[in-house]
Design a binder for this molecule. Sequence first.
Ligand code: GDP
Length: 453
Amino acid sequence: MRLSLRLLGIGGIGIVRMSGKNCFDVLQKIFKPKNVQNIDDIKGYTIKYGNIVDGENIIDEVLVSYFKAPKSYTTENMCEINSHGGNIVLKKILELCLKNGAELAEPGEFTKRAFLNGRIDLLQAESVIDIINAKSDKELKTGVKQLEGFLSNEIAKIKQEILDVMVNIEVAIDYPEYDVDDVTNKQIYDMLDSVEKKLKILESSFDNGKIIKEGIKTAIVGKPNAGKSSLLNAILKEDRAIVTEIEGTTRDTIEEFVTINGIPLKLVDTAGIRKAKDEVEKIGISKSREIAKEADLIIAIFDSSKDLTDEDMEILNLIKGKKVIILLNKIDLNSKIDENDFRLLDVSRDIIKVSALNNLGIDKLYEKITDMFNLDQINLDNEILITNLRQKSLITKAIEHIQETKNTMSNNMPLDIVAISIKEILEDLGSITGDEVSEDIIDEIFSKFCLGK
Ligand code: GDP
């Protein structure tokens, strides 16, 4: 199955959303419900049927959903005009709203308002982008869990653990006549150890989180005619594969994101492989070198019906020391090389016999990848995964501050210095959830959103 996730311009319905104290005033000027009712009498969470009008002109027949503050996405008064999905209709409704006092929203502004108004924290806001951009079931599930607040709760618990001890420290600082130093020191050490342990678990979850979010960057390399495009076709033909085409960073490259058995693979520069097939020039060593450099996983494919050539040896050389799965392709033909070949074993112990053309052994490849990246052990039900680099960096920073605090203490620094150090840990954690974060960072995060979200 091939599923394109590109957004189309026209749909069955289109939605114009408005949020803000005065949005019903704007609505009243352009919406004529069938059973006229005062907007004040309309309850939240209801839908009304009627026409959008520009003076005497009917623009479209619509359904309008009402959300009254504070029970809405943004916690403000909100309405959503569900019109027909044509571009002209939507543009006209949008213009009418603007003409009657509304202002155009920035990308992500609705979610930003939900955050600024305190309905969700920054982690939950970030999960909204992840849910929208999810390319696999697992990525979606991780996003939804984060939106539900699993990570936020974990961070809150860690913060509380620190705050509980912080109270004792403040007492010791404010009332030095009470000799509580010893108790407090042990308490602080225990708390720092416990918090450090929890943060390290979160930090290390990023390895899996990154795989789930970005996929395993996989390069298929091999000399011309080894069977690269046949392998690619075998993977893409899989019924279970969902393919998303992602625009590559360099022009003309398309990266394909495939999930097979829930294993997300981002196939690097496969467009090049396929393009090369139609041209005289095929992908050679220099291209392989380039794409192998940045991959998390290299699938190196060799034609087992022929002995290894100099070109094969060159490829083996350049991928040495990387995470490599070797495929001996064309096993339907007479074999000239096998999995005991020391020249192959020198580069990787993971050697699989396949026939890309006949779809033989491809399942073993998936099993191998699952093993290599411990994908079976990613348990989304019990585990909290960090998928976002911003969050991970702040966790790392908090761990560094914990270690600094421990140093401060072992140098017998006064308690008020220790307290300052602990406050830095709290600040790091506050930045994760957005309690303590600068406007620039907030703007940057929300600029990644699409319009209307
Ligand atoms: P690429 O240049 O590495 O992309 O190689 P291709 O996928 O274009 O394959 C080169 C040739 O080998 C084509 O004629 C394929 O049909 C053939 N081929 C690929 N895989 C197999 C296989 O498993 N068995 C056989 N017999 N031929 C294969």
